[in-house]
Design a protein around this ligand. Structure first.
Ligand SMILES: [Zn+2]
Length: 426
């Protein structure tokens, strides 16, 4: 039995600071009043404390008391002015922020927390899903995706493709660095989710050369070119395959089913529902390319189908792993529920327009918000003090109300001391 190492906010904050200090500063030296570190840390602190309005956040922080809390907890020397903050972040490169996602994961691995996420044969389930965090008729930048409606209406969007490490039985999720779906200068063709998918696969492999990974995704991804990329990166896959997208494959399955070659497992659960698993190895995905292994799953409740889905995978299917494969395929909802829904509706205000800029600003705010979410996820997983404090409040909202309130009222020598105060006797 290995002892898991506790990861504290102070330790994670230190990692953030180190990366923020390394981010290249494009401004002419000598003229700068605020450090690059403080610009990034202001953005992070705002997201971390779940205070969505930058201007009022800053006004609140200008008091001496709060500045001290920013000094003690976030190691900031000064609070940069609002407009300057946006200008500097807009021009800053994004690689430094992306690297923090790897830093966090490496820490979780070293602290022996990552291993509880192992799913099949020591592999990690990594669902991919796209999401939109900005949409406007009026505000745009060169990186915006542009959608033109037939009536001449133009809408501008920012989307990202997110990869997240999940485990079907663990509530918390571990986001990897997001991949922007964005237009590049000089390209007339709009970027799209599947291209971002290919980019993110090779980047994940570069960042984590040894990690055993099973990529999962919806029907968009169960196409040969994407599968080839996944295999090239030395990863496995479980991808939704719908009959409407894969006529050829389903004709084969039907034919083999009529010959009795499709394996079947039926389980009645205690609530009287029937779970039906069916699978067959080595069937052609289409007429032109290699074989895939196919499985489908159905829940029958009082004669009615309440759930059904089908997938393709490169993992050899048998009676021993079919239930896990279905669990793995279905765990994809965790990226929608536990990630995007939380970011949109649980205090992170990911769709709030923090500032758009002309270069990287909106993506940088998105990443700082995602890093705040990731930091909270790690504390939920590994930090007893945080867990105890969170348990004292019925909702996440109440918890953060208390944190913001305490943060404003008094000066603490650290984040941990503040939490102690919150759960301590009045
Ligand atoms: Zn834009």
């Amino acid at each position: 039995m290995h002892i898991k190492k506790h990861l504290s906010f102070s330790g994670l904050r230190k990692m953030l600071s180190e990366r923020f200090l390394q981010i290249e500063d494009y401004r002419a030296s000598g003229k700068v009043k605020y450090s690059q570190h403080d610009f990034f840390m202001t953005g992070f602190a705002m997201m971390y404390l779940q205070d969505p309005s930058l201007l009022s956040f800053q006004t609140r922080l200008q008091t001496a008391f709060n500045l001290n809390n920013l000094k003690t907890m976030f190691h900031m020397d000064s609070i940069p002015k609002d407009t300057q903050l946006r200008d500097v972040l807009d021009q800053a490169p994004t690689d430094g922020l992306k690297a923090i996602f790897s830093d966090y994961l490496n820490q979780l691995q070293r602290g022996r927390h990552l291993e509880s996420f192992q799913f099949l044969n020591g592999s990690y389930l990594v669902p991919l899903d796209g999401s939109e965090y900005f949409s406007s008729k009026n505000i745009s930048c060169p990186g915006c995706l542009k959608k033109e409606k037939p009536v001449g209406d133009i809408r501008y969007h920012h989307q990202i493709l997110q990869a997240v490490i999940v485990h079907p039985d663990i509530k918390q999720v571990l986001p990897l660095a997001p991949e922007p779906i964005r237009n590049k200068d000089g390209y007339t063709k709009q970027d799209c989710e599947i291209n971002a998918g290919k980019r993110i696969i090779s980047r994940i492999r570069e960042d984590h050369p040894k990690l055993k990974i099973i990529i999962t995704g919806d029907g968009l991804y169960s196409k040969q070119p994407f599968i080839d990329e996944v295999k090239k990166a030395g990863m496995s896959y479980i991808l939704v395959a719908k009959p409407t997208d894969h006529k050829f494959l389903f004709e084969w399955v039907d034919e083999l089913n009529s010959l009795g070659d499709v394996q079947r497992l039926e389980v009645k659960n205690p609530k009287g529902k029937t779970h039906t698993y069916e699978w067959i190895n080595q069937v052609p995905l289409n007429g032109r390319s290699g074989d895939v292994n196919f499985f489908r799953f159905r829940i029958l409740d009082k004669g009615k189908i309440t759930y059904q889905n089908s997938w393709v995978t490169d993992i050899h299917i048998d009676k021993g792993n079919i239930r896990d494969l279905v669990k793995g395929g279905r765990a994809r909802w965790k990226i929608e529920n536990e990630t995007f829904n939380t970011l949109k509706n649980q205090g992170y205000h990911i769709e709030h327009n923090y500032g758009h800029g002309t270069n990287n600003l909106s993506f940088i705010f998105f990443m700082l918000n995602l890093l705040a979410f990731y930091t909270h996820q790690i504390l939920e997983l590994t930090d007893l003090l945080y867990q105890r404090c969170r348990q004292d409040f019925s909702s996440r909202k109440e918890f953060f109300n208390q944190i913001r309130c305490t943060f404003r009222f008094m000066v603490f020598e650290s984040w941990e001391v503040m939490l102690e105060k919150i759960i301590g006797p009045p």
